[in-house]
Design a protein around this ligand. Structure first.
Ligand code: XMP
Length: 180
């Protein structure tokens, strides 16, 4: 699998350090939360980020899951996003933090935030591990961002190409010949 990597964009050490910093920021943001924090993990790309992040959070919290349509198969072109399914998502009156892997055009986060806002949470914020620079997102921004990256298709640490490479411990760009 490592032979498929063209170049590493973000190393394991950089990810570990930044996830720790984000956990600290989230801990401070929600230190006074009365109802407790409710994390919404956007499937499937955010699973590794969420599992690392929440183990560093000091406060009581709950997790719910939201499956959103993603890139089908061997394509790196975004399709219009829609919610496929939700699990344990009763967030009315709670402090909600949505966690996604990457903010690209913002279509996915917009759909997720609209869906959750309709449930009337006490507060609603978002955190993404990666944000692609130079993209018009129609005013939509994440509240917390792990890393700003160039506009390339990345895999690893939860992100996939055709379902593969989620288990890479780094964030990487594949060798160009592997793209369909
Ligand atoms: P939008 O355009 O909706 O994109 O902000 C966010 C969703 O698109 C997927 N995405 C990627 N997946 N490598 C991936 O593996 C990438 O470089 C990439 N860019 C966007 C991802 O599902 C994300 O939630």
């Amino acid at each position: 699998m490592h032979a498929d990597i063209g170049r590493i964009l973000i190393s394991r050490e950089q990810i570990d350090r930044r996830v720790g910093e984000l956990a600290g920021e989230i801990g401070r943001l929600y230190a006074d939360s009365e109802k407790g924090l409710f994390i919404v993990c956007v499937l499937s790309g955010a699973i590794i980020f969420v599992s690392d992040l929440i183990r560093q959070l000091p406060m009581k919290m709950r997790v719910g899951l939201l499956a959103v349509s993603s890139y089908p198969g061997k394509t790196t072109q975004a399709q219009p996003a829609h919610v496929l399914q939700s699990f344990d998502l009763d967030v009315t009156g709670l402090d909600v933090l949505v966690i996604d892997d990457i903010l690209d055009t913002g279509g996915t986060l917009r759909v997720v935030m609209d869906r959750l806002a309709a449930m009337r949470p006490a507060s609603l914020r978002s955190c993404v591990l990666l944000r692609k620079s130079g993209k018009a997102r129609g005013g939509l921004e994440a509240d917390l961002v792990g890393f700003d990256i160039e506009d390339v298709f990345v895999v690893g640490y939860g992100l996939d190409y055709d379902g593969l490479y989620r288990n890479l411990p780094v964030i990487a760009v594949l060798k160009p010949e592997l793209y369909g």
